[in-house]
Design a protein around this ligand. Structure first.
Ligand SMILES: [Zn+2]
Length: 324
């Protein structure tokens, strides 16, 4: 029968076709297994070794295939990510002391040092204007006797200079600053004060006049240091001093408008002239004879006979001429 013959031929063809494909697949498989299968020796840190059969060539694949895990303190040769070499041996060993030393050296480099190499250092030219403070110069005209009051002959004016810096920044933080140039834009104008130490007619009794004159005479020829001081007053009462005898730290009996208490920066006996108090009985002349608990170096306390006067004096910031 024609149709049966055709069907038979079709089946035979299919069988032949499938057989050829099967032969091909098998021959490739045999070829592959013959040429690509390797016997790889794995050497362990403990000293023993084993040989495995594998078709893989990458070290990590061979170890994984055999369920072998490399511990953090172990090293593998050849490298875990490379292929096995002609020796077909994988050696797992403990990290040696030598390698540990190297890693310690690396750790000893601080994070800042490492970052320092990578953080960009930028340089900028910075121009700043800075004030030059004026100085106060005193001019003693007391001997001429023509003036009876102190006066400011010239007001002081601060000067101005322009400073050019080369500034280095690292991560926006200033790390270095060097002056490149300094140019004075405006010179400061010194303050000149004429000091007339002559006693005014408003000076008090004779003995006070004498003591003030004595103080004045004791500093003749000396150039005073001009400082602004917080000035207040005190009396001999318990509220002011904690004692009532009026005896000062220097041992002298405190005198009104004469004795002052000052900080340890001013030795006992230091003469201080306060122009703003020139109309007082002492003509503005005081001497450091006392100390006080609350007295610091920029504060002085003037002795008064009554607590009322001390309170009335209050607190004032006054220019003082210190004769040291
Ligand atoms: Zn008092």
């Amino acid at each position: 029968m024609k149709t049966d013959e055709k069907l038979f031929v079709k089946i035979i063809r299919k069988i032949v076709f499938i057989s050829i494909i099967l032969i091909c697949i098998l021959s490739i498989g045999v070829k592959a297994s013959k040429s690509d299968v390797n016997y790889v020796t794995i050497v362990f840190p403990e000293g023993y070794e084993t040989t495995v059969m594998t078709a893989k060539v990458k070290v990590s694949d061979i170890l994984a295939e055999n369920h072998m895990i490399v511990l953090p303190d172990e090293v593998v040769y050849p490298d875990i990510d490379s292929n096995i070499d002609f020796t077909k041996t994988i050696t797992i060993s403990k990290a040696t002391d030598e390698k540990q030393v190297i890693s310690e050296e690396i750790e000893s480099v601080t994070t800042e040092e490492i970052l320092g190499k990578y953080v960009k250092v930028t340089e900028k030219i910075v121009v700043e204007q800075v004030e030059i403070p004026y100085e106060t110069i005193t001019k003693d005209v007391s001997k001429e006797g023509t003036e009876t009051k102190d006066k400011v002959l010239q007001e002081g004016v601060n000067g101005l200079k322009e400073i050019k810096y080369k500034v280095k920044y690292q991560d926006n933080q200033e790390i270095e600053r060097n002056v490149i140039s300094e140019v004075v834009i405006r010179e400061p104008v010194n303050k000149i004060v004429q000091i007339s130490t002559k006693l005014t007619s408003r000076a008090g009794n004779r003995s006070e006049k004498q003591s003030s004159s004595t103080l004045q005479a004791s500093v003749e020829g000396m150039t005073p240091k001009v400082v602004k001081m917080n000035t207040s007053a005190y009396c001999s009462c318990a509220r002011c001093t904690g004692k009532t005898n009026g005896i000062t730290s220097s041992g002298a009996k405190a005198k009104e408008w004469y004795t002052i208490a000052a900080g340890s920066g001013y030795p006992i006996g230091t003469v201080i002239y306060i122009p703003a108090l020139a109309d007082k009985p002492n003509g503005g002349w005081f001497v450091v004879e006392d100390r006080g608990g609350a007295i610091s170096n920029n504060r002085i306390d003037i002795y008064m006979n009554s607590h009322q006067s001390a309170i009335l004096f209050g607190r004032r910031s006054l220019e003082c001429y210190v004769y040291e």
